[in-house]
Design a protein around this ligand. Sequence first.
Ligand code: SME
Length: 157
Amino acid sequence: MAEELIVAQGGKMEKYEVLYRQIEALMAGESDIIANMANVAAMIHSTFGFWWTGFYRVVGEELVLGPFQGPLACSRIRYGKGVCGTAWREQMTQIVPDVEQFPGHIACSSLSRSEIVVPVWRGGEVVAVLDIDSEYLAMFDQEDKLWLEKVVKLFDR
Ligand code: SME
């Protein structure tokens, strides 16, 4: 794959379609999970211009910061804490339209207003979460959930 990201014109669906194809091609040629997380974070982040895009990896009883794009973030999140820890515990995608309304939200950045966190499965276990933050309220919906869950499925191999 050429090391240059193509961003589709048009709406969110068109952007995700083109993004997905590029992520699929990239991951087909690379087996290292950290390298793939790094490029996936970069590709999602540059396609949509989100505030923060990255992974937290499950390490023992905690989530530990992995590859990301955006400002400095919390290094560790306990099981069940914040939106990320909740996605891990519930093993389900969390869409938070207003982070101030989410009990226990961890404010790594005061500018973050809405968030989506998607569990990353590998061999029947959640091994990481993909966390995306926006500086706008209610940025994420079912369409993001669908596409991002499809993206993280590529890690399950
Ligand atoms: N807000 C997240 C913490 C991670 S940062 O936003 C990058 C949470 O509540 O889990």
